[in-house]
Design a protein. Structure first.
Length: 168
């Protein structure tokens, strides 16, 4: 991680400008950004630790707590809200058995809402990892969850509802 951050930082005249790429490298390495990692990033760059904390806690693409294997980031800004993101959120909470901000007990899914993803033309939009999924409705969302479950070798989303249902 240190070598990658130093190589990235060499492209910037001001080390403070290298914090964002350094955090991306660190998060890819560790999965999330706990305090010791943030401090290490600051030390590698030779910048104030508070500058690193500020960026890591401001942007939703950085995670200071562990997230599931699939981080579902549903946009809830105006365009997506007008096109049904609230219904999608309720559906996701029901299927996954968690509330917004939560992670499924098996560590497979974390569910978050985020500000505009800059893809309003295909609202409602959800980001999963580096991929955007747009024009979502309940059926497309279900198909997407099924693909993710299968990719992880887990039960499908429909089966998760049955398994997670009271008495199921
Ligand atoms: S409002 Fe959802 S992508 Fe812009």
């Amino acid at each position: 991680m240190r070598e990658q951050i130093e190589a990235a930082a060499a492209r910037y005249p001001d080390q403070r400008s290298a914090i964002m790429p350094a955090l991306l490298i660190a998060q890819k390495e560790h999965g999330y950004l706990p305090a010791p990692v943030l401090e290490e990033v600051a030390d590698i760059l030779g910048v104030e630790r508070i500058w690193v904390y500020e960026l890591a806690t401001f942007y939703t693409l950085f995670h200071t707590t562990p997230v599931g294997r699939f981080h579902l980031q549903l946009c809830d800004n105006v365009s997506c809200m007008l096109r049904g993101s609230e219904d999608l959120l309720r559906h996701l909470e029901a299927v996954l058995g968690i509330e917004k901000g939560g992670t499924t007990p098996d560590g497979l899914f974390t569910l978050s809402t985020v500000e505009c993803l800059g893809a309003c033309e295909m609202a409602p939009v959800m980001q999963v990892g580096d991929d955007y999924h747009g024009d979502l409705d309940i059926a497309r969302l279900g198909a997407l969850l099924d693909r993710l479950c299968k990719a992880a070798g887990q039960v499908t989303s429909a089966e998760r509802v049955v398994v997670g249902a009271p008495g199921g």
